[in-house]
Design a protein around this ligand. Structure first.
Ligand SMILES: Nc1ncnc2c1ncn2[C@@H]1O[C@H](COP(=O)(O)OP(=O)(O)O)[C@@H](O)[C@H]1O
Ligand SMILES: [Mg+2]
Length: 229
């Protein structure tokens, strides 16, 4: 579905050049849960932002289906971000003055279709919380709202940057369970970035990053997280 070929990203700060990504190659496919693992500063967020059309590479090709994302105009890149990609962030980025339902509805422009918005909240197990405001929810619940919000766009790529970074281990497993189910039961490919090696076992594809370089790409039968965990 998506392929990175020889992708590099350099940042220039003063007279210093920082190689955030250095000649990176990998593929992302449907029905795949890709876990990108690497220590802080290894280039994970840079990679995810380029994958999601939020940033451009210095060099290399990003091929989505038949199109080269790196050649998109700013306008095409905006459409790609809007139509193809759903984002989930470590700190949820919910709108505080809107309920769970409104947060989901507004993102997907489902304002006239509350049933659709609530069905996405049901998918993440939050049916009972649809009228709660973010400050009336736990971190895990807010993260589930933010996943529902991303899903409501029916993205082909769901990109999650340290989605469990602010959560305890039990709650983290609920989030990983939801991400596994999305990748198994829908056409959305899921990519999760994390610094925590504990999550390696749950992905179908594991990409390890260090100092902006891919040090390994591995495929495996993942450990499936049960609902009860
Ligand atoms: N906008 C930026 N300007 C300059 N340097 C940056 C910028 N964004 C990231 N970097 C640098 O690029 C490297 C990779 O950063 P990042 O992708 O955020 O890593 P990670 O998400 O793995 O912690 C780091 O050395 C970081 O300091
Ligand atoms: Mg990061």
């Amino acid at each position: 579905m998506l392929e990175f070929s020889n992708v590099s990203k350099e940042y220039h700060v003063g007279n210093q050049t920082i190689k955030a990504l250095d000649d990176v190659n990998f593929k992302i496919n449907k029905h795949q849960f890709t876990v990108i693992l690497g220590p802080s500063g290894s280039g994970k967020s840079t990679l995810l932002n380029i994958l999601g059309g939020m940033d451009r590479p210095t060099k290399g090709n990003i091929k989505f289906k038949t199109q080269f994302v790196n050649e998109f105009s700013d306008h095409d890149l905006t459409i790609y971000r809007r139509k193809v990609v759903g984002f989930v962030f470590q700190f949820y980025n919910l709108i505080p003055k809107l309920t769970a339902l409104e947060n989901v509805a507004i993102a997907a422009q489902l304002n006239n279709n509350e049933d659709a918005a609530s069905s996405y909240l049901e998918t993440v197990g939050l049916r009972a919380r649809i009228n709660n405001f973010p400050n009336q929810m736990s971190g895990g619940e807010m993260q589930r709202v933010s996943i529902a919000r991303a899903l409501a766009k029916k993205p082909q790529l769901l990109l999650c940057d340290e989605p469990t970074g602010a959560l305890d281990s039990v709650t983290s497993m609920k989030i990983v369970n939801i991400l596994q189910e999305i990748s198994n039961n829908s056409d959305t490919a899921v990519v999760m970035v994390t610094h925590n090696p504990q999550f390696e076992q749950y992905g179908n594809q594991i990409i390890k990053l260090k100092d902006g370089k891919v040090v390994s790409v591995r495929h495996q039968d993942p450990v499936l997280v049960g609902e009860s965990e």
